[in-house]
Ligand binder design. Structure first.
Ligand SMILES: [Zn+2]
Ligand SMILES: [Zn+2]
Length: 481
């Protein structure tokens, strides 16, 4: 539509030009344009270079708009081409500056909510016995830390308690004139007896109770070690259990994991400690966030993806294990494959707890480990110039297999001249490519119409993206920019 409009305008312009010329010989400008149009410029099809016509129009083979090819303006340079301003407009050539700036890459991933493995606890029997009572009948029930869970009968407890009661009696029999040796040996026997009962699963209060009443118990109560949801009930009331038999599994859901799959090609922008935003199907309008706490060192050979783990606070309990999530990481791309994150630049972080980030060297509040500099994890500081990457719009390079060619507008304002240049690209980040070699800051590259310029070069048998050596004038060996 736009193209047709421009065509009509140009046709009208030419018609006016001819009328003016006919009417008034003094209009040199219009006269000159008309002459060039007639004598020098010919038109061809970018798909069918054998088509050569003196006028603009459509290709008789494929009906594409013909593109201008000007023989007279062939540049001396082997891989440069000059166009008239009119031709540029027809080809809809647009350009953009090669600049140094941080560009944003958005990495999209899918995954699932899972339990935080560090927050899953098992309730198991520490003594062989019989389960006389299970206080939680169903999975999914929420319990708080210290709730009674199991009432277990175990004859093994009797002998251990008998030892305890003997030690207590011996201590009570001690007289002031008893030797220090006797006193300390009775004390240590008592301590050992208490410890044994503790290892069998009795709490300090339960042991004190036995000592006070002098009555051994053949039942113990097992309490919830953490608050959370009972996610598994592994055994039924009345069953006999051995030492270590799993009875319940409790998961604390106040913090959960999100397990994500990242593509191999996105790995370069992902970092331990990075913020991840995600949405769930259950709460589509709500955005949740967490922090990358683990990036698997191993690639899944089947899916070609890498597992990522994100720690997420779930105080309101909305996130439930098994939920699907759509996640996004927005990252500022720095030169040489680094990441610029203003929140992480020049900071210190715990290698185990990515939520612990400090301004200076310190120890982790949670685990006491020494914090490490974020720079060692691939973050860079904002200020240093060498970290700012050289970028071009993603539409600028023409990429075939291993080669990438951009068309650079040479700095001559009078004659629009474009030079094809092979560049070495770094990774793509959003709508940009990082340039590693071949371009300088401040140069101007073609972002639209580059295919047409490439075709025009091909037609003139010059080196183009499609035929890097040209046809008649091969580039000198070792020629580089
Ligand atoms: Zn054609
Ligand atoms: Zn820590």
């Amino acid at each position: 539509m736009k193209k047709r409009k421009i065509l009509i305008i140009i046709i009208i312009a030419f018609l006016i030009g001819f009328f003016i010329r006919d009417g008034c010989e003094g209009k040199k400008e219009a006269y000159k344009t008309g002459t060039i149009q007639k004598s020098n410029q010919w038109w061809t099809c970018s798909m069918h270079p054998q088509i050569r016509q003196p006028k603009m129009g459509k290709c008789p083979i494929c009906f594409m708009d013909l593109i201008p090819a000007e023989q007279e303006t062939i540049s001396a340079s082997t891989n440069a081409i000059t166009f008239t301003e009119e031709a540029l407009k027809l080809m809809e050539v647009e350009t953009s500056l090669v600049e140094r700036k941080y560009v944003e890459a958005q990495i999209k991933m899918v995954g699932k909510i899972d339990y935080d493995e560090a927050r899953v606890k098992y309730i198991s029997s520490w003594v062989p016995g019989r389960i006389d009572r299970l206080y939680v009948d169903f999975t999914g029930i929420e319990v708080t830390k210290g709730d009674h869970m199991v009432y277990l009968y175990s004859p093994n407890l009797i002998s251990a308690q008998a030892e305890l009661l003997q030690s207590v009696a011996a201590k009570n029999d001690l007289k002031s004139e008893s030797s220090d040796f006797l006193t300390s040996s009775i004390e240590s026997t008592l301590k050992a007896a208490r410890e044994k009962l503790r290892l069998l699963g009795l709490t300090t209060q339960q042991i004190e109770e036995v000592e006070k009443t002098g009555k051994p118990t053949d039942h113990i109560t097992i309490y919830a070690p953490i608050g959370g949801i009972v996610i598994e009930k592994n055994i039924n009331q009345g069953a006999y259990v051995e030492t270590g038999t799993k009875i319940y599994t409790i998961a604390d859901l106040s913090e959960v994991w999100v397990k994500l799959d990242a593509y191999e090609s996105d790995l370069i922008w992902l970092r331990y400690g990075q913020k991840v935003e995600f949405t769930t199907e259950a709460f589509p309008a709500e955005s949740f966030e967490g922090v990358i706490s683990f990036i698997s060192p191993v690639l899944d050979p089947q899916t070609r993806t890498i597992k990522l783990r994100v720690n997420v606070k779930n105080t309101d309990g909305k996130l439930k294990p098994g939920m699907f999530v759509h996640a996004i990481v927005k990252t500022n791309v720095a030169a040489s494959g680094n990441v610029m994150d203003a929140n992480m630049a020049n900071k210190w972080i715990c290698p185990m707890h990515p939520s612990v980030v400090k301004d200076s060297f310190n120890q982790c509040d949670i685990c006491g480990m020494d914090l490490v500099k974020t720079e060692t994890l691939g973050y860079v500081s904002e200020k240093k110039h060498e970290h700012i990457p050289l970028v071009i719009p993603a539409s600028a390079p023409l990429i075939t297999g291993k080669r990438a060619v951009v068309y650079v507008r040479l700095p001559d304002p009078n004659k629009p001249t474009f030079e094809g240049r092979e560049v070495v690209l770094g990774p793509r980040a959003g709508n940009y490519y990082i340039v590693q070699k071949g371009l300088n800051e401040g140069e101007i590259v073609v972002t639209n119409g580059n295919f047409k310029i490439d075709s025009a070069l091909q037609i003139q048998a010059k080196p183009s993206m499609m035929s890097p050596k040209g046809e008649e004038k091969p580039m000198p060996a070792g020629h580089q920019h």
